[in-house]
Design a binder for this molecule. Structure first.
Ligand code: HSE
Length: 297
């Protein structure tokens, strides 16, 4: 018995929801093949696209799968193939896709599948191996699809938000690697009250804008006063690319997860495509390779 799973790339934080908001990218992601076997345990048979540990206990997909098999007291084992299209350290949820894909696939092999919420708790165990702490803002949208909001970790509570209607997203991935651990280490432990209030207003505005589909409120809400000012120094030419995004009509721009990828939103596909082409040309002048992706949300 085997299943093939598509594991979408995801954008976490979305500026106003650090460790809280995330959405899945349509059509960009990894593939996994999960097989049910009689021998207990987890075996990784093949990894393509990236060099990653083959031992299950050192691999995010392996750790998530082991946590799930133990949690559900499985009387079987699994083997898996992981075909990576999402670059590690790119900021669009590479480790989350592996962890989420593993548990999502195993679930499809169960006679009585478990809930997306439970799947997320197991996937977080794998994600923690890669990033040093258990957060779900990438794994949740990877499992649920669409846009998710985490309203609490103890207990874990996830809300699937209404879709962002008619929004196109562009991803720009400059070829440098940023470890999430490092990008978290540079953040201040305390923030000014006025910034905390601004960020709370933005997140509340973002959520309200989706329920009422208020375009103006949506655009105004996707801003980040807490994290971007610290992390942008890790991304070459961040301010320039932000300016380019505005020049080409994008209505929101920010760091995807812990970077270095950046996301931009527009209401027209042509705006995203033109912005990505211009940014790529700019980076080329600076001798920096980039990948670009565009997608509906
Ligand atoms: N919320 C996380 C961060 C996402 O920005 O550190 C990256 O895993």
């Amino acid at each position: 018995e085997e299943v093939k799973v598509f594991c979408p790339a995801t954008v976490a934080n979305v500026n106003c929801g650090f460790d809280t908001l995330g959405f899945a990218l349509e059509g960009i992601g990894d593939e996994m093949v999960i097989r049910k076997v009689t021998t207990p345990g987890v075996t990784i048979e093949l990894i393509t696209g990236e060099k990653l540990p083959m031992e299950a206990h050192n691999n995010v997909a392996g750790v998530a799968a082991m946590a799930m098999l133990e949690g559900i007291q499985a009387d079987f084992g699994i083997t898996m193939e992981i075909h990576k299209n999402i670059r590690c350290g790119s900021g669009i949820g590479s480790s989350a896709a592996s962890a989420a894909g593993a548990v999502y696939g195993i679930n499809q092999l169960l006679d009585t599948p478990i809930s997306n919420l439970e799947l997320t708790t197991y996937a977080m165990k794998g994600e923690a191996l890669a990033s040093g702490n258990e957060h779900a803002d990438n794994v949740a949208p990877c499992i649920y699809g669409g846009t998710t909001l985490i309203t609490g970790y103890a207990p874990l509570r996830i809300i699937a938000l209404p879709p962002m209607e008619t929004v196109y997203v562009g991803i720009l991935h400059p070829h440098i690697k940023i470890a999430t651990k490092d990008a978290r280490a540079i953040l201040p432990k305390n923030v000014p009250l006025k910034d905390a209030i601004t960020q709370a207003q933005r997140l509340a505005g973002f959520v309200a804008s989706l329920y009422e589909w208020d375009k103006q409120l949506f655009v105004e809400s996707i801003q980040d006063v807490l994290v971007e000012p610290h992390r942008k120094q890790l991304i070459p030419h961040f301010d320039k690319i932000k300016t380019v995004s505005k020049e080409y009509g994008c209505m929101a721009f920010g760091i995807s997860g812990s970077g270095p990828s950046m996301f931009a939103f527009a209401f027209a596909k042509a705006d995203i495509d033109n912005y990505l082409a211009a940014s790529k040309a700019y980076y080329k002048q600076q001798n920096l390779d980039v990948d670009t992706y565009s997608s509906r949300i």
